[in-house]
Write a protein that binds this ligand. Structure first.
Ligand code: CUK
Ligand code: CUA
Length: 643
């Protein structure tokens, strides 16, 4: 085969998907593989009224949200709206949360979320926050795990396709955001064929304020347009480094499936962010004019605010020695994962069968010896032989991602051969393999990308469901599969469907999150500018064509519940405060003809719905959340007159 036909063959292979059942199962086993039903049932059974052992946070993929499941039961606990509007909670529809979805492109009520990542303390998930990337309009969100609500969304300038994100450092000093699509930096109108000269990849290092969690871009490292796919932080001995995969060192801008697969090796970019911090501290950086927004939700005001930034600090990698090194890695590496000790950097070449393991110690040695193979874009390229620690001869095809159990074992997914392979660190020998149904992308072990994994379960996140569930028309849910990994052999114990595409997930023992979960917003501390803290303060204020209704709810009535004097063409703002102070007694609110959605107001909280009446008449409104035996009576009327 000549080179091009070889590449085409690989591409064709990469497109192969399982056709249906029995694709991977061993002879004689049904589509579920060899399942010990009673042992599996016992392992996943959480009796009514009992709690799960772990919270699991799954990316919603093209739903733009995070879904929260209990493990091992697979029960759905909550969907947290992040990048997409959500009628169930009024998210992105009420005036308080609308600013969260503002960008320099305008109000964007959707995104494609791939990777949730828990905040860490000393390299271990701490249960404070979960971050997630918006891939399409580059953004990173922070969800507060005391409220399970989106607290902040930051936009990323100079990026296009925020895929290698938001992986965090040992103490959440930074969450990072690479760029999967290189773009002109700064953005400008140039011919696409000038890719090599004009297109760059900006890697953002987003600082997280330890007290409030507030994010901002500390600096960006400007890189050649190699396309940055995934990342993971060093830990332990490699703390201070961040590793990104590249898959387009060819710098092609068209037919990437062929053109970006020509080089036998692309690079893992090793970024010494502590070195970058020194340059920043010494004032040795450039300030670039740009524009990006930070949208923050203030819990006391129950209101999001937008902050505009117009500059970003940049370090062009070619001009700052010691910040970036390239580690050659075969076959278009996708995932890059660092083992719990921080010694090994595993690159999964997605067009490969074998896994490449680099040694952090050898990398440092080679840098100290200045033993370089050459340079690319002024960045030193290390010799493959100098940094490689071993190769795992996996016997699988299409490796994507690796996680760890904290007992010296690694687990890698194979998309094409649709399986998970367990192998041993240091000896690189394969210990076990098990099929997934079907076409696994990421996998997740609770804490499995941290210093101290809780290596009891593994979840495979599958792209294709085919025959696993009752058919639901042409579109089938994606799927998670839960495996018991406490023994020598992996054991499949549960399937459950997911919301959107569960690219990646994180999980954490429930007792690190549940005790801090907030039960109630204090009415007394409610600092919302339109809060009404007692029924006697409810009122209607009209200024020109703006009507502000200061309304309260308590079981089972609204005050006021009859409003007259509204005219067609008015902008009517309902500022509704829930006076309840009991856990889990929300009231809902909506109006006939509401142009957006409803409000779901938690006890102690104020939310605002904007309504623009179009026709005269008497319009009913009601509580949309069943709240008491007299919920059906919880309603009112609005009289709308012609102008
Ligand atoms: S991933 Cu986003 S395209 Cu391997 Cu993290 Cu699938
Ligand atoms: Cu209040 Cu239903």
């Amino acid at each position: 085969m000549n080179r091009l036909t070889k590449i085409m063959a690989v591409v064709a292979l990469a497109m192969t998907l399982p056709q249906g059942c029995n694709n991977n199962s061993e002879a004689g086993t049904e589509k579920s593989g060899a399942i010990n039903r009673s042992s599996a049932a016992e392992k996943v059974y959480v009796a009514p009224g009992e709690y799960d052992e772990f919270y699991s946070f799954m990316s919603g993929g093209f739903s733009g949200q995070i879904s929260v499941y209990g493990l091992p039961s697979g029960r759905l606990l909550k969907v947290i709206p992040v990048f997409s509007v959500d009628g169930e909670k009024g998210y992105g529809f009420n005036e308080e949360t609308k600013p969260l979805l503002e960008t320099t492109h305008g109000f964007i009520p959707w995104d494609d979320a791939h990777h949730p990542e828990l905040s860490q303390t000393n390299g271990v998930p701490d249960g404070k926050y979960i971050f997630i990337n918006g891939n399409n309009t580059p953004r990173v969100a922070r969800v507060d795990l005391t409220t399970f609500e989106t607290a902040e969304i930051i936009e990323l300038p100079n990026a296009g396709g925020n895929h290698s994100s938001p992986f965090t450092t040992e103490n959440s000093e930074y969450v990072v955001a690479g760029t999967r699509f290189s773009v002109p930096v700064p953005q400008k109108d140039v011919p696409i064929a000038t890719y090599k000269e004009n297109f760059k990849g900006a890697l953002s290092f987003i600082s997280v304020d330890p007290e409030h969690g507030h994010m901002d871009i500390d600096f960006q490292v400007l890189m050649p347009g190699y396309d940055y796919d995934l990342a993971h932080a060093g830990k332990g001995k490699s703390h201070g480094w961040m590793f990104f995969t590249t898959y387009n060192t060819e710098q092609s801008h068209t037919l990437k499936e062929v053109n970006a697969s020509q080089n036998d090796k692309d690079y893992i970019a090793a970024i010494n962010w502590k070195k970058a911090q020194e340059y920043i501290k010494d004032g040795k950086f450039k300030e670039m004019d740009t524009e990006y927004l930070i949208n923050r939700y203030d819990e006391n005001k129950h209101m999001a605010e937008t902050i505009k930034r117009n500059k970003v600090r940049v370090l062009d990698a070619s001009e700052y020695p010691g910040v970036v090194y390239f580690l050659p890695t075969p076959k278009s590496p996708h995932g890059v994962d660092v083992d719990p000790t921080g010694s090994y950097i595993i690159g999964n070449g997605k067009l490969n069968a074998n896994l490449t393991v680099h040694s952090f110690d050898k990398m440092i040695q080679a840098i100290e010896n200045e033993s370089f193979a050459g340079d690319a874009y002024g960045i030193p390229v290390l010799n493959f032989e100098d940094v490689v620690a071993g190769t795992v001869e996996s016997g699988g095809l299409g490796p994507l991602h690796t996680e760890f159990d904290g007992k010296g074992n690694a687990y890698t997914t194979f998309f094409i051969s649709s399986e998970v392979v367990k192998w041993k660190l240091d000896t690189w020998e394969v210990l076990d393999r098990i099929p997934t149904y079907y076409s696994v992308g990421h996998l997740m072990i609770p804490g499995g990308d941290s210093k101290e994994p809780w290596g009891k379960y593994m979840v495979a996140l599958n792209k294709i469901t085919k025959d696993r569930y009752l058919p639901t028309g042409p579109e089938l849910a994606h799927s998670a599969q839960l495996y018991d990994i406490s023994g020598d052999k992996m054991e499949l114990i549960l399937d459950f469907p997911t919301i959107g595409e569960p690219h990646y997930a994180q999980a954490i023992p429930a007792d690190l999150v549940a005790p801090n979960s907030k039960k109630i917003y204090s009415l007394e501390e409610n600092a919302h500018p339109y809060a009404t803290k007692s029924e006697k303060d409810t009122r209607v204020e009209k200024k020109g064509n703006e009507v502000h209704i200061y309304m309260t709810t308590i079981r089972s009535h609204f005050a006021p519940d009859n409003v007259e004097g509204i005219e067609v063409g008015d902008k009517v703002y309902f500022h509704v405060t829930n006076l309840e102070q009991d856990w889990d007694v929300p009231h809902g609110f909506s109006v006939m003809g509401a142009q957006t959605a409803e409000l779901l107001i938690m006890p102690g909280q104020t939310e605002t719905l904007l309504w623009e009446p179009k026709k005269p008449g008497v319009i009913p409104f009601y509580c949309t959340d069943f709240c008491s035996a007299l919920h059906q009576e919880m309603q009112g009327y609005l009289r709308v007159s012609a102008k």
